[in-house]
Design a protein around this ligand. Structure first.
Ligand code: FES
Length: 146
């Protein structure tokens, strides 16, 4: 079985291979991950917020979904969430109206570079972060829904 990985396309989606898709749901005062079925172990998640098939990208290669600018903002502070479990195997979950949380040192590439492995990282899916591909909370400013 190939190693799970996420390939982030500049100006396009994140291509996920081998990480089941989940969505965070708030129950009482805890977050849980609810599984979302995908057609296969590989799928493309929208990173611009404009897809008609959210949360999936509705385009095909070479995508060109949005005009991705080089980072202009500071690196976000370390992420502090605990769901999905950062100490568990690689896992991925969509935060409602927010980023994609990736836990467990999943392998992530962004264009031609590899991100340093982390126990948790939040990846922008609203297209508005000033520190792509990381979430810098700009989704709150722009009122992203997805
Ligand atoms: S999802 Fe885009 S900045 Fe958070």
């Amino acid at each position: 079985m190939p190693e799970p990985k996420i390939e982030i396309v500049r100006g396009g989606p994140m291509l996920v291979d081998g990480l089941p898709l989940g969505r965070l749901r708030h129950e009482g005062d805890v977050w849980r991950v609810e599984r979302i079925e995908t057609p296969s172990r590989t799928y493309a998640l929208c990173r611009c917020g404009a897809s008609s098939e959210m949360p999936l990208c509705d385009r095909t290669a070479p995508y060109a979904c949005f005009d991705e600018q080089p980072p202009t903002g500071p690196e976000p502070a370390p992420y502090r969430w605990d769901v999905p479990d950062p100490t568990g195997p690689p896992a991925l979950a969509l935060k409602p109206d927010g980023p994609v949380r990736v836990a467990g040192f999943a392998r992530i590439t962004y264009g031609d570079r590899e991100l340093s492995p982390r126990d948790r990282v939040s990846l922008c899916r609203c297209g508005e972060s000033r520190c792509q591909p990381l979430c810098d909370s700009s989704h709150k400013v722009v009122g992203y829904r997805g």
